[in-house]
Design a protein around this ligand. Structure first.
Ligand SMILES: [Zn+2]
Length: 381
């Protein structure tokens, strides 16, 4: 089995341009906080479809970043949220597979009735990948997070038991936790309840390793991990208490920082960032539907195009940047931009050269965001 290190960080980005900046952030975090995170470049099938890219672009990004920085440690490319219908295009270029079986989870009945069909499907997909790639050549994650109802620790125990029976060597598992994990903004829910559930999940994982013979490095995977600042200290404290690893997936947060960097870099960058917002306002429905379970945009809180037109770069950055102490910070604006990468893809002849041209300013935003706002909160608070 290809084994992933204790702490790992999913650092995907929509346009496969920030590999170097993301890897720099993890290297910097190791220097500052003494914690090594294995980089995992994740880009979901949904993102590839919306942008019109192929999974090989993520592999190229990761390899190029590793080469550019002379990085010598382990890294992965994650086929994120795949299923039987789309896994084949990821087989050659990925070595981490997130098998998404949320659609096979039933809404009523016993645990067996609700979860067994999903786990059987995960087994089928796992064996399909193993058959093509060789069982020793990839890391397996099973994800069930994109559903409305959270899974209890008791349900997680059942799920892991059945996963073991299917002989899936799962190393990371992504349950749906209590509360809202909206994209690009903070956690919304009962923190005490989250803490209790997370702690119980860690204990369940320990038991599953001992009793069901699952891989000893099995750990929780936190999807939509971007910007969940209020739960980071809780998770950090608990994984240290129980000496457990963690996998955190972020991707959206990097795309949001690209926008901030563009706006700050030059007037033409600011104009482009504004254009992405204004275009997205007219296409809210289309952009938000694929993300219905993971965003809450308050339409009334969105500024009008006329208002945005008057903003300078600093104002744009203050509205967008996830700083809850800043009065101008607008989480609805941020969430709408989160799903607007399709607009940037349509404007790619403008957008991609701008990413290149302003990579230094953008890179500073990305590195500070991953390092100072995300990882720091896990290990120093
Ligand atoms: Zn996910």
């Amino acid at each position: 089995m290809m084994k992933i290190g204790k702490y790992s960080f999913g650092t995907g980005d929509r346009f496969a341009h920030e590999g170097v900046n993301q890897l720099k952030a993890l290297i910097e975090a190791e220097k500052l906080f003494g914690v090594h995170f294995v980089p995992v470049w994740n880009k979901s099938n949904r993102e590839h479809d919306i942008i019109g890219t192929e999974p090989i672009s993520t592999r190229k990004e990761a390899d190029a970043a590793v080469k550019a920085l002379g990085y010598k440690d382990q890294y992965f490319v994650d086929a994120d949220h795949i299923n039987m219908h789309n896994v084949d295009r990821f087989i050659d270029c990925c070595d981490f597979f997130t098998i998404d079986v949320a659609d096979y989870i039933g809404h009523t009945g016993t645990m067996e009735e609700r979860f067994l069909p999903a786990i059987k499907e995960a087994g089928k997909i796992y064996r399909h990948i193993a058959g093509k790639k060789g069982a020793d050549n990839f890391v397996t994650e099973v994800s069930m997070d994109e559903v409305d109802e959270a899974q209890t620790p008791e349900e997680l125990r059942y799920i892991l038991k059945e996963i073991a029976k299917e002989k899936i060597p799962v190393q990371t598992i992504a349950p749906k936790f209590t509360g809202r994990f909206n994209k690009g903004v903070d956690y919304r829910g009962d923190l005490e309840r989250f803490e209790k559930e997370f702690e119980q999940d860690l204990l369940v994982i320990d038991e599953a390793i001992k009793e069901y013979g699952l891989p000893e490095n099995l750990k929780l995977s936190i999807h939509s991990g971007s910007d969940k600042f209020s739960i980071y200290p809780i998770m950090g404290r608990l994984i240290r208490k129980y000496d457990k690893g963690i996998h955190i997936k972020t991707a959206g947060t990097t795309w949001l920082e690209e926008n901030i960097g563009l706006a700050l870099a030059a007037p033409e960058g600011l104009a482009l960032a504004k254009k992405i917002y204004v275009n997205s306002l007219g296409r809210m429905e289309e952009l938000t539907v694929p993300y219905a379970t993971v965003i809450d945009v308050d339409v009334k809180a969105l500024p009008s195009p006329e208002e945005v037109e008057k903003w300078d770069a600093e104002t744009y950055a203050k509205v967008m940047r996830h700083n809850q102490a800043e009065p101008l910070y607008n989480p609805s604006f941020r969430q709408l931009i989160h799903v607007s990468y399709k607009i940037a893809a349509e404007l790619k002849d403008e957008f991609l050269p701008a990413l290149e041209k302003y990579t230094n300013v953008i890179g500073d935003q990305i590195t500070a965001n991953i390092c100072e706002r995300h990882i720091k909160r896990l290990f120093t608070e």
